[in-house]
Design a binder for this molecule. Structure first.
Ligand code: KG4
Ligand code: ZN
Length: 359
């Protein structure tokens, strides 16, 4: 059974064909990074327009590469939320139109469930299905959530961020320091060149749910640290570098970043990693998880991957393979497969929901 997945919740237009929820026949991602990077973040109006431009070629290419014609499809799956509503609408409306024209059933997928299934899909592809219940830490530019993943793919929310998402903290700190957007990849690249113990960031104890996250205090601490030092000149140099060159190399960034700032980046990244892993481990203990799944854009972070591998946790920790870490449509098609088996189809009246919750 082949499912065409369509994803357009943020700034990637993606289409993929996945067979039996386990085999990726094609996965096409049209990134809008170059459109948005000069504005220091995703501009919703531009994103919708780019999705409109990219959606038809992306779907065609996904079908072509998979050697699949429309009648071969068992379902068409599209992301219905959460995300930018104007962006979601493009992919969802396209999916609805295809479904209406062909009579192929439509499946509505939550983007967060997609990120979790990116990792489950890797397990199936490699013939080592992930044992449930699992704890899923979803960390992206919009989310920092802990979900228990139960048998039959039902979910229970155990904790979430009360303010910024972890990826957002990476992006804001990078922007403040002149590293441009998105910030996670650059900080990840430069952190190994600094001393992670140089700046002692601490987290306030959380009142209420001990499994909730908060990153706004850390962001403010970085801001104070920067304000207390004269950093305007080096920040201006990096902004100029970002303007002059769409993709500066590690060497370019290093030449524009003094050791003190590298120490700050390393310390900031380590603080986030510690916070993420500590709460994920407590949540996993609480439900007796047999695996920890880490997914979403921040799961690309090499420091986070290394820390998880050396944390000595009593269950395996799984990250998505590189192509499935950031937004893609294979994860949407994979998440739709159990729904197809259950006959959980969406009507053509299903709506895009910017703040759709998973549980
Ligand atoms: O999942 P994603 O592609 O889109 C959302 O649904 O948000 O995640 C994008 C986020 C951005 O905040 C970006 O800075 C962050 O993931 N990110 C990273 C890394 N790569 C992407 N954060 C830390 N380290 C990375 N290597
Ligand atoms: Zn995402």
């Amino acid at each position: 059974m082949r499912i065409l997945g369509i994803e357009s919740s943020c700034d990637e237009t993606a289409a993929a064909v996945v067979e039996n929820g386990a085999s990726v026949l094609s996965s096409v991602v049209a990134s809008q990074m170059d459109t948005h990077s000069k504005y220091g973040g995703v501009v919703p109006e531009l994103a919708s327009r780019e999705h409109l431009r990219a959606i038809t070629p992306a779907v065609r290419e996904a079908l072509e590469r998979a050697g699949t014609r429309l009648p071969d499809l068992s379902a068409i799956a599209a992301t219905v939320g959460p995300g930018l509503v104007g962006s979601l609408l493009v992919g969802l409306t396209y999916a609805k139109s295809l479904s209406f024209a062909t009579g192929i059933p439509l499946i509505a997928v939550n983007h967060i469930e997609g990120h979790i299934h990116a990792v489950i899909l890797d397990g199936l592809r490699e013939g080592r299905p992930i044992e449930l219940p699992a704890m899923a830490l979803v960390v992206s530019g919009g989310h920092t959530h802990l979900f228990e993943v139960r048998e039959g793919f039902t979910y229970r929310l155990l904790g979430k961020t009360r303010d910024d998402a972890a990826g957002e903290a990476f992006d804001k700190v990078a922007k403040l320091l002149g590293f441009g957007y998105p910030g996670g990849p650059v900080i990840d690249l430069l952190a190994p060149f600094g001393n992670p113990a140089a700046v002692p960031f601490t987290f306030a104890r959380m009142k209420g749910n001990a499994l909730d996250f908060s990153f706004s205090g850390l962001k403010t601490a970085v801001l104070r640290w920067v304000e207390a030092r004269d950093m305007d000149a080096e920040i201006a140099v990096r902004r100029a570098l970002g303007r002059a060159n769409a993709r500066p190399t590690t060497e370019d960034w290093l030449a524009a970043t003094p050791p003190r700032t590298l120490d700050l980046l390393a310390s900031f990244q380590r603080a986030i990693i510690k916070e993420l892993l500590a709460r994920a481990a407590s949540a996993a203990d609480r439900v007796g998880a047999r695996a920890l799944i880490v997914s979403g854009g921040v799961a690309c972070n090499t420091g986070l991957r290394a820390a998880a591998a050396s944390a000595g946790l009593p269950y395996p920790v799984y990250f998505p393979s590189p192509g499935l870490s950031t937004d893609n449509a294979a994860m949407i098609a994979a998440a739709a497969f159990p729904k197809l088996e259950r006959g959980e189809f969406a009507g053509l009246d299903v709506l895009a929901e910017a703040n759709l919750a998973l549980a």
